[in-house]
Write a protein of this length. Structure first.
Length: 160
């Protein structure tokens, strides 16, 4: 639930589709709600996982500010999602051995590192795709230019 909300918050923060805008608004509302009294409230879920809800909220706000300052980066998304998924998983595993806080801290660190690597690779793939598309566009323009030259030569040859 927590990981899904963070994913919706991060992946839909600049939505183009109405459904994505709705996802973002719902996630934002749940995460930043002042009412943490319900069983499935953000605060209650974080408490159950022994994760500091204030730290998560502050981290998401910092992520959002950084994103708006530098643009959307898959590595930032991957780091955030990986950290939360790792912290949640680590807390669950840690709870099984009696140390959920330590498990969350270790899992968060490992998840952030893994998430960064995955996100960074996605960012690199996106850059490679953009470069390839630019090359294809350039080659298509060159082909059109050459076709135009061939047509001109044909016309000159017909006149002779």
């Amino acid at each position: 639930m927590l990981v899904d909300a963070v994913h919706c918050f991060q992946s839909s923060s600049e939505p183009r589709l109405p459904a994505k805008r709705r996802e973002y608004a719902e996630a934002q509302s749940w995460i930043f709600s002042d009412d943490d009294s319900g069983f499935f409230s953000f605060g209650a879920v974080c408490d159950a996982l022994e994760i500091d809800p204030k730290a998560v909220r502050e981290g998401l706000l910092r992520w959002e500010q950084t994103k708006h300052a530098t643009g959307s980066k898959n590595s930032q998304k991957g780091t955030g999602i990986g950290a939360l998924a790792g912290a949640a998983t680590g807390a669950i595993i840690g709870a099984a051995v009696g140390a959920p806080g330590a498990g969350a801290a270790i899992g968060g660190g490992l998840g952030a590192g893994g998430g960064f690597l995955v996100g960074n690779e996605l960012q690199n793939q996106e850059l490679r795709t953009q470069h390839t598309e630019a090359q294809i566009g350039s080659q298509q323009r060159e082909i059109e230019h050459q076709r135009h030259q061939i047509e001109q030569l044909k016309q000159q040859h017909e006149l002779e």
